[in-house]
Design a protein around this ligand. Structure first.
Ligand SMILES: N[C@@H](CCC(=O)N[C@@H](CS)C(=O)NCC(=O)O)C(=O)O
Length: 452
């Protein structure tokens, strides 16, 4: 029986419990309490150096990150692909929602719930209310056309987001009037037999968190005037990539396109001019992020989901994103490492410089980056690439992020020799050239804003 390390008050663990239940799979649940620091014990670090819960051990195959775990469970134990469709487009949408959960929604778990629960931190929910309400508004939009978050059917994207969103509801209640689709989605989820696996932990969380306050939602996503469209290159294909070359997730996709030898029409949105908030772009991507891919009407955003889609749909082989199930699961785990740890460590450092007139990067943000570097060092201590001994999409994502961090915080090669060797190798690969122009642009934008 697969062993699951975790605890029910964690939304990520509940996503795995619900998925296992939906599959009729029994898990041996081993309690790892974050408040007792059990995740930092050497025996736990041995199985998961990233010290996160949940971690799955399936007959010796170890995998962490709830999103990677639930995708694995469906592939390995599902009777069919109902919960994680094998159809490339349906899957791309599910992947996109999983990355949305990992990067946006779970960010609140990391920055609000966990510090409140496990570090006794006093967190002002009011400070985060606006961004939580924005997240509800996005969910509301996603649920505008379909009853489930990634289409007509229940998928692992729902099983992942249900625990995250219902946990947020404990601290910022979801108003039925403002978010009718979101409310209906939660009510439908509550009727699922597997919901019991969320309910138990959610009740535990409610007990642990006493704060529950009312908040009328007035937040709406602002829409600004038109964006300029510049086609840099046009080919017969109708695939368009909305991009801003300085953005690291864009550069990951550009490198992937080059590695796969695929040409697309490039549509530039100048983020400095807020062109991504134009109404017509918001129609395509309500989260207003680049990169966004429009493949002949099929729209997918989130760099990771785009890259997965590109390999599955257009690559002549599966080298960058293997079809071999365990190998793919390891790549997924590392893609979610980028979504949840590595890229946020960069964003947390530079966003205040770009948006809040901050002129130096505080030490606490550098500490977070160093922690991400040391995870990379551990991952690379026994293998040449992040997900094993061959290059994968995970390396391409990570190199865009790490090289951007290096613009303001150099990686110490003595402390992180494995990362240094990996980085040097990555820079020597042919597709890496696609990182350079945007990296320079990022540097031109950032460095003048920092005090020497
Ligand atoms: N998880 C997303 C992150 C994308 C993202 O945050 N892009 C930023 C640029 S680095 C963006 O488009 N920001 C504009 C906005 O949020 O309005 C991905 O990998 O694509």
């Amino acid at each position: 029986m697969p062993v699951l390390y975790g605890t029910a008050d964690s939304p990520a663990c509940r996503a795995v419990y619900m998925t296992a239940d939906a599959l009729g799979l029994k898990l041996e649940k081993k309690q790892v309490s974050l408040d007792k620091g059990e995740h930092m014990k050497p025996e736990y670090l041995k199985i998961n150096p990233q010290h996160t819960i949940p971690t799955l051990c399936d007959n010796g195959f170890i995998i962490w990150d709830s999103h990677a775990i639930i995708a694995f469970l469906v592939g390995k134990y599902g009777n069919d692909d109902q919960l994680y469709s094998k159809d490339i487009m349906e899957r791309a949408l599910i992947d996109q929602r999983l990355h949305f959960d990992s990067s946006v929604v779970n960010n609140f778990t990391r920055t609000i719930l966990n510090p409140m629960l496990y570090n006794n931190a006093h967190i002002s929910v009011d400070e985060h209310r606006e961004s939580i309400l924005k997240t509800y508004a996005l969910m509301e939009k996603f649920l505008r056309s379909y009853p489930w978050i990634a289409g007509k059917k229940l998928t692992i994207a729902d099983l992942s987001l249900i625990p995250s969103i219902t946990s947020l509801d404990v601290i910022v209640p979801i108003s039925r009037e403002d978010y009718p689709n979101l409310t209906k989605w939660i009510e439908k989820a509550e009727r699922l037999p597997c919901y019991v696996e969320n309910e138990n932990g959610l009740n535990l969380l409610r007990d642990l968190l006493s704060c529950r306050c009312c908040c009328p939602c007035t937040e709406d996503i602002s829409i600004k005037s038109g964006f300029r469209v510049t086609s840099r290159e046009f080919v017969e294909m109708t695939m368009k990539l909305y991009f801003f070359e300085a953005a690291p997730p864009v550069r990951s996709v550009l490198m992937t396109l080059k590695a796969l030898d695929i040409t697309v029409e490039l549509v530039r949105l100048n983020l400095s001019e807020k062109e991504q908030l134009d109404a017509s772009f918001l129609e395509l991507n309500p989260t207003h992020t680049v990169p966004t891919l429009d493949d002949n009407g099929f729209v997918v955003w989130d760099s990771h989901a785009i890259m997965q889609y590109l390999v599955d749909k257009y690559a002549i082989n599966d080298e960058l994103y293997p079809k071999n199930f365990n190998k793919r699961t390891k790549v997924n785990q590392m893609l979610f490492f980028d979504t949840s740890i590595l890229f946020p460590s960069l964003a947390r450092a530079v966003r205040p410089v770009f948006y809040d007139d901050v002129t130096s990067i505080p030490t606490e943000n550098i500490v977070v980056i160093e922690e991400a570097f040391s995870f990379l060092e551990t991952f690379l201590s026994s293998q040449e690439y992040l997900a094993g001994d061959v290059l994968s999409l995970a390396d391409i994502c990570a190199v865009a992020t790490v090289t951007t961090i290096e613009l303001f915080h150099k990686l110490n090669g003595d402390m992180y020799p494995n990362v240094k060797a990996w980085l040097d190798n990555m820079k020597s690969l042919d597709f890496y050239s696609e990182n350079l122009e945007g990296l320079q642009k990022f540097s031109d934008m950032l460095l003048p804003l920092l005090k020497p």
